[in-house]
Design a protein around this ligand. Sequence first.
Ligand SMILES: NC(=O)CC[C@H](N)C(=O)O
Length: 213
Amino acid sequence: MTSTPTIGVLALQGDVREHAGALERAGARAVPVRRRSELAAVDGLVLPGGESTTIDKLLRIFELDEPLRTLVAGGLPVYGSCAGMILLADHIEAGIEGQRTLGGMDVVVRRNAFGRQVDSFEADLDVAGISDQPGGAPVRTVFIRAPWIEQAGPGVEVLARIPARATDGSPVRVGAGKIVAARQGRLLATSFHPEITGDARVHALFVRMVAAG
Ligand SMILES: NC(=O)CC[C@H](N)C(=O)O
């Protein structure tokens, strides 16, 4: 691999441009991926936020679902944010009838876990591998109709949980203790959207995972 990895952003639906921008800020070359042939040219792939039910349907229509399952099983580094986290989960709760995931991560994900669109929120979170680095600060996170990880298998490394108290000291009412960032081998998933905050540290972590091969 050259020193600048090429990372695809699945461009069927969702906030593709924001992820591409964050990847470029983190030192990668970002390319949109819509076709099977484009998958062959990437060193890693981002599954963006959006609507997992729609992305699932489009993956099947564009016949990308099986090739992607094969690539994930073969060790392609993949980062899924929000809807992308749902797509990486082996099991889904509160999906719509017939909704499928690509899978790869040994987790049970709960879709729309924090409530409805109006329950979207921001928080400063400690994320392992980022905020615990020398000089690291908590990560500003944005949750938009987000999922959480309900259960994680033994091979899954938990990187962040919702704290019991908000930054202002008030108790967190929904989701305290729930897993919102995790890693399993070359797969990375966050419930939140780091691509829209201007902080590229989560993307930089993924770029390092891709560069490590
Ligand atoms: N911001 C998001 O990606 C929301 C995810 C969406 N609620 C879903 O189920 O796919």
